[in-house]
Design a protein around this ligand. Structure first.
Ligand code: 6CS
Length: 387
């Protein structure tokens, strides 16, 4: 299995240049002061702020690296307190600590700079340097990224899935290269937990999806996956989803439990099915021109922080998914009937989901077949079954 060589090289480099490095030799990225042309008017909603001042004393917990001060923007698809936001803030804190306050990252929550699709453009246009981007919003730009829409592909063990995401050559080398061609450099792929269905009616069998108005993210293969169950999927930003569910424009949706509860979708849905039909995969990304323009010491700080956030990202989502399940269960004002599918019931969906893999192989871009074949092997090697 493969580990991200770029990141490891960067982390090793960091060790070598520790305390010794000079300034930024990247030239064109200095401060990115021409960068914010998005006319966003969006405020940095990070009220806690990034409390490490340039020149602040090292707290003694770790060695710091002397780098040129810079201020960067990091946009996420979720709001304050939700998994992506907490992750980005912790990442910003790590980068600040490691640079003794010289590198400051302002985290922008969802909504501050537009929709999820707008945020993809902000990253590729270097309006922001960092973004958390879910492949579900890049399905047309990077067709191979549709792979994460394939239901019942990964295992039911989220920890094992995260290991596969960390180590997979198919994902970290071949799929990442496809993203890079489009101006998106994935630094890590990570899970926000297993996804569940909610509906204003029961969702237990494929028949329940017949004609069902399902909200999905933008990627063509997510729509294809629900069409395979007989549903009528509609792509929509999550910013419009609560109202869409409330007013009946759509009848159901899929998400990890923390998100269903924190976005209050359970208030406007009567049923939740524990289906574990897929996991929610997202990516921490950086603009490649910006990243490649940085000196090695600065890159090393980013790489090291990304590595340290792998386990933290997993823990943050796990804590929130556990905690929010009881919140939905205990919400007497907005009762939700929770039903867990049996393995036989899941098999009925699995059977319909399998042919979508062939659809992906044929329509998921030039490297789709190679990437999926390799990923299936990796999942099997890791102890999962792929059919
Ligand atoms: O359903 C969505 O579109 C949203 N779900 C999550 C877990 N994060 C952000 C995303 O946009």
């Amino acid at each position: 299995m493969f580990k991200k060589t770029g990141l490891l090289t960067g982390a090793l480099t960091l060790g070598l240049v520790l305390t010794a490095c000079g300034g930024n030799d990247g030239g064109d990225n200095g401060g990115n002061d021409g960068g914010n042309n998005g006319g966003n008017g969006g405020e940095n909603t990070n009220e806690e702020g990034n409390d490490a001042d340039a020149g602040a004393e090292n707290d003694g917990e770790g060695e710091t690296v002397d780098v040129e001060p810079q201020e960067w923007r990091f946009v996420v698809e979720e709001t304050q307190g939700q998994v992506q936001y907490v992750y980005a803030q912790e990442f910003a804190d790590l980068v600040s600590e490691k640079s003794d306050g010289a590198l400051e990252i302002d985290v922008y929550e969802f909504g501050a700079l537009g929709s999820e699709v707008d945020q993809v453009e902000q990253l590729t246009g270097n309006v922001v340097e960092f973004a958390i981007i879910s492949p579900g919003f890049t399905g047309t730009l990077v067709p191979e990224g549709n792979i994460f829409a394939l239901q019942f592909l990964f295992t039911d063990d989220q920890e094992l899935n995260q290991e596969i995401l960390n180590d997979s050559e198919a994902i970290n080398e071949h799929l990442a290269a496809k993203y890079e061609e489009q101006g998106i450099m994935p630094l890590s792929f990570w899970t926000e937990g297993a996804m569940q269905w909610t509906g204003n009616s029961e969702l237990r069998t494929p028949e329940d999806f017949e004609g069902f108005q399902m909200r999905t993210q933008e990627s063509p293969l997510i729509l294809e996956s629900y069409e395979a169950y007989g549903a009528n999927p509609t792509a929509m930003s999550w910013g419009e989803l609560y109202t869409g569910l409330q007013q009946g424009a759509v009848e159901g949706q899929e998400n990890p439990i923390f998100f269903i509860a924190d976005a209050n979708f359970n208030e406007v849905q009567d049923h939740m099915t524990i289906s574990n039909h897929n996991m929610y995969v997202t990516m921490t990304t950086v603009n490649p021109d910006f990243y490649e323009g940085l000196d090695e010491a600065t890159q090393g700080i980013i790489d090291e922080s990304i590595e340290e956030m792998r386990q933290r990202g997993f823990d943050i989502q796990q804590e929130q998914n556990d905690e929010f399940l009881s919140q939905i269960e205990d919400d007497d004002e907005n009762p939700t009937e929770i039903y867990e599918l049996s393995e036989d019931e899941r098999d009925a969906f699995r059977e319909l989901a399998l042919p979508v893999r062939d659809y992906y192989r044929e329509n998921g871009g030039d490297d789709a077949e190679m990437i999926l074949d390799m990923l299936e092997e990796e999942i099997e090697e890791a102890g999962g079954t792929v059919e």
